[in-house]
Write a protein that binds this ligand. Structure first.
Ligand SMILES: [Ca+2]
Ligand SMILES: [Ca+2]
Length: 142
């Protein structure tokens, strides 16, 4: 059932909640007729464009990614590519990735659009092992 309703005064009301992600556009056929005389009538079409609002946040498919990198990896090597999804329409689903934790030594960098985690500085297992043996990065999608 359509969430839009036309009443006899010719006023179009929202009858049920709208959802851009399900139905971004409606083509409504409207007829006007004189009571008791169906031959005297006319038709028109109303196109209703629903505007998307940003109500979904981007989400990573996993809470944790694990990857092994050799310490002789080159600067610029892509270690991992992450990809988040956002259920909103194109205007409200652009995703930006950023490193927000765990990168104290500046060894990694993330491409803000592609989600590619890259080696930004020569890795040194002995140096990193002093701070716990492994480095974990916190990546945010927004
Ligand atoms: Ca969104
Ligand atoms: Ca939306």
């Amino acid at each position: 059932m359509l969430p839009l309703l036309l009443v006899s005064l010719g006023i179009l009301y929202v009858n049920r909640s709208l959802d851009f992600e399900t139905s971004p556009k409606y083509f409504l056929s409207i007829e006007c007729s004189r009571k008791g005389s169906s031959s005297l009538s006319d038709m028109t079409t109303i196109v209703v464009n629903i505007t998307d609002i940003n109500e979904h946040r981007p989400r990573f498919p996993k809470d944790l990614y694990s990857v092994r990198v050799l310490e002789n990896a080159f600067v610029g090597d892509v270690v991992l590519t992450v990809s988040a999804t956002d259920e909103d329409g194109p205007l409200n689903s652009a995703i930006t990735y950023s490193l927000v934790g765990g990168n104290q030594l500046g060894h990694f960098d993330i491409h803000p659009k592609k989600g590619e985690l890259q080696v930004a500085k020569a890795l040194d297992w002995e140096q990193v092992s002093h701070v716990g043996g492994a480095q974990s990065e916190l990546i945010r999608a927004e």
